[in-house]
Design a protein around this ligand. Structure first.
Ligand code: C2G
Length: 141
């Protein structure tokens, strides 16, 4: 593909317990361009975000790299790396789920900013809660 036809999409996340909400986000993001690069939160950055993922960074990275919609995965370990990442990757579009609506509008100076509707009723938190409920039910029998 000639260089001028390349259209790079950039997004970020933890992508713990990879689920259909993540897939739908990545699928729609990829459809906005010809290449999707993902900043994957490191375990240390998750601690800064107040999140603890079930899967470590290396495992979450392996899963993302296996996703048909993802072309490249790099480490996200700082809130302030996005502009540099957009410049480094030549991002044309920055995408996040709309739970982040407005939070990254500053990226509009460097690329198009798109917030996509979150997929309802699925989240890593909900999956973890379902597993806890299952375990509780089993201990009660
Ligand atoms: N997402 C979604 N639908 C869901 C769950 C998540 O569309 N049911 C989207 C989120 O909006 C986000 C992406 O999937 O755009 C990844 O979600 P998380 O792994 O929860 O990422 P988050 O903790 O929001 O990290 O600097 C930005 C942060 O790294 C974003």
């Amino acid at each position: 593909m000639t260089a001028q036809a390349q259209r790079t999409v950039l997004t970020y996340g933890t992508f713990d317990l990879f689920h259909p909400g993540h897939v739908q986000l990545l699928k729609r993001a990829r459809a906005l361009g010809t290449r999707l690069v993902v900043g994957l939160s490191t375990d240390e950055f998750n601690a800064l975000k107040g999140k603890k993922s079930v899967m470590c960074y290396e495992d979450r990275k392996a899963v993302l790299e296996a996703c048909r919609y993802v072309d490249e995965v790099f480490a996200e370990d700082d809130w302030d790396q996005k502009v540099a990442d957009a410049i480094r990757t030549g991002a044309d579009v920055f995408v996040m789920g709309d739970d982040w609506l407005g939070k990254f509008d500053f990226m509009g100076e460097h690329c198009q900013v798109v917030y996509l509707a979150r997929t309802p009723e699925v989240s890593s938190t909900e999956i973890k809660q379902r597993m806890r409920d299952e375990r509780t039910a089993l201990t009660l029998v």
